[in-house]
Design a protein around this ligand. Sequence first.
Ligand SMILES: [Fe+2]
Ligand SMILES: [Fe+2]
Length: 247
Amino acid sequence: MPVVIAHVSDIHIDAGPRAAERTRRVFDHLDALPADLDLVVLTGDIADHGLDSEYETVRQATATRHPLLVCPGNHDDREAFRRALLGVPASTGPINQVHRTDRFVVALCDSSIPKQDDGFLADETLAWLAAELDATPDGVPVLIGFHHPPVELHTPFVDKIRQFGEERLAEAVAGRQNVVALLAGHAHTAAATHFAGLPLLVAPGVVSTIPLPWEGERALHLDHQPSLAFHVIDDRHRITTHFRSIV
Ligand SMILES: [Fe+2]
Ligand SMILES: [Fe+2]
């Protein structure tokens, strides 16, 4: 049986009903699937202003029968994220989390920088990632996720606030045979590229879609349907990604 992981991003929950409704539509779709998913990954920009009250809404909008792993983005606040979403004591250090099974591992790294829009993996985060990779047996596939893509995606607004210091990430994955792909959000467009010899798969934004330079428009698309990615890892550790819009 292949591993099937749903990848959702950039839900940007605020005080209004729109983002919460769009997010709930995505999670209702996942909850209505006939079989259990191996994991749902949510790659940041969870609460639009990083407020405790927004995280309360997030808990309802993302409630699901599937296992769920969430990392922060530039709109999130680490203290409120820990306190109001994860239900653990508030602190300001990076929020790095792993989902570990005997079939696969997903490591979500905190690429946010408090009070900034661009991204960076702190030394502490890279050390955590190295330890998680060291702890993973050969033959168990690993996905590494974070909010900020470490490369330009030809999305001028987002490229300026991407993950910088990306050579450190490249070093962290060099020679790690069981890492099969990198996952990101932040760009508000479904995209696939590569980084450090690995697929880099970017989930679409649930709340909005960024216009591309050749589309000749400037405003964010608010009328596109919310969408997500499904990542499938087969027995040979080959990853296939399907992007799916929710009608
Ligand atoms: Fe976002
Ligand atoms: Fe973002």
